[in-house]
Design a protein. Sequence first.
Length: 639
Amino acid sequence: MKKIHILLLAASLSLGSCNNYLDIIPDNIATIDNAFTMRTEAEKFLFTCYSYRPAIGTKEDPAMFGGDEIVVTNYFRESASYQSGWYVSRGMQRSSDPYFNYWNGQQQAKDMYQALRDCNIFLENIQKVPDMTHVEKDRWTAEVKFLKAYYHYWLVRLYGPIPLVKENLPIESGSSEARVYRNTLDECFDYIVELLDEAITSEGLPDRIENETEELGRVSKAVAYALKAEVMVTAASPLFNGNMDYAGLTDNRGIEIFNPQKSETEKLKRWEDAAEACRLAIEFCVGVHYDLYKPEYFDYTNMTDGSKQVMALRKIMAERWNNEIIWANSNAWFANYQGHCIPRGWTSETVNNTSGTSGNYAVPLRIAELFYTKNGVPMEEDKEWKYEERYGAAKVGADNAAFMAKDQWTAKFNLNREARYYASLGFDRGIWMGQGTKDVSKSNYLKARAGESAANSFEPSWNLTGFWPKKLTHDGTVVTKNSVTYEKYPFPVIRMASLYLLYAEALNEINTSYENVLPWIDKVRNRAGLKGVEESWTNYSSDPMKFKDQKGLREIIHNERLIELTLESQRFWDLRRWKEALRVFNQPITGWNLLYNSADDYYKETFVFSRAFNVRDYFWPIQDAELWRNKNLKQNYGW
């Protein structure tokens, strides 16, 4: 949509000084004088406010390529599309010119402070529009308050405490007034929640979006409730709730902006408030007919129960606007990115196709290992598994024929896993339904060992690990010998499964009895074809009492969330807020031994690269030049 360019004298947080009016206003540029003179112009400004949403699932998303779920080769370091993700994923962030610089709008990032200023301009002027009803004005006001909360939240997750932009500075403000301080972390979260509450209580905001043709991606009360739940769980999490790593980080006023000094009672109160926010969000969303998506119809033939389960799980992500997706980002339609998720040699016909898929998005072995066995417990805990033999070769039998090519050799690692494993990942000898084939019995299986059709052949389509992110591909995307036709979908931001697991997490942290926690986890597990936590751990785990202990149940909840939301730009944030990134991200990235053809040689864990994650990497650096301009800003720890 066309963006309105606003000419105004507003102090810029990114400059630390006042701008000046331009002497000459160019033709055909909307100004503050006419942007709110009629509804059509005001609507353009509304869409301008929406336009700043980070494109989740794309090159603009630090959680997509800056973590450890998808890795690319050095070849992409030279590409502007992946440079920021490549460097962040390898622990090479810098303060001189930060990657994904959402503070200033640089290095593949939008300017979130410009977004906040535009939101304020809208809120200051929307009531002046003459040809709008009060109901519509109230709705648009609530939407922009939500966006203002969302943009603040995005910055807080990246930087920790930030300068809040409650109002734009008056045009007569001097440079000293523009040299703002960072608010404390608690002030930031409280203000975000305040804005969301204002959006929720607005009479104009619809409960959910019903006009799917024209309004998909816009904000509803369900979206506001869901985001509030996520924000409050984030605020209660260890990284943000009394984190003593940042004790002593004071600004020149002597204020500790991270609020590290908290009693156990104060920290618990954050979790109690988060649990209540999750409860209310679930209650509201279910009340307006959101729930876990369970498709009943499949346009396929010869489907077994196993293949139905896999396809049902794949559709959660890519089936447009299904009843589980509370909010998806219509700024981030996932289309040609799918070509990076599907191997170039998806079939023997496409192996030399230079205009189709490239398959260069690689999923590390440790992500593949995270998924449960068919018994619903981790591989290393399953009493029926010989974990130490997981890389040994085995022939695919009839019991795994729905997921892998029968009578072919594979790793034991790939056998008898839960359905989400087969729905999420593509790998050697694994069946990949769809992509132009509606007969499941004729579905393709990947041949990815050295010399085979899906093996690496040249640099632009090089997969580092031997695993592809199948979950991100729509089954309706068609791959042929000479081309690929993408079935695009908006990338999900919040869905019901996430809400259920956030609620389980909050309930466990306030030490509620495990009997009250398990039903929320089991909702997600049962949809994935697994038994409940209690039954699975009691019957199959080497630690059968694990779920009865708060610490053990915390690990189960964390793992369930990492599995369910794999490849959805959530792991990056979750590992940070749990303060587990330091442990996890310092583990080496590994994959299969791609240089060999035999199963015995191919299925060996092979080192790909190491990365260095330090305590300072939990938060983004403020750009050095910003600190020079504004001496009242305090740099984050370690930068």
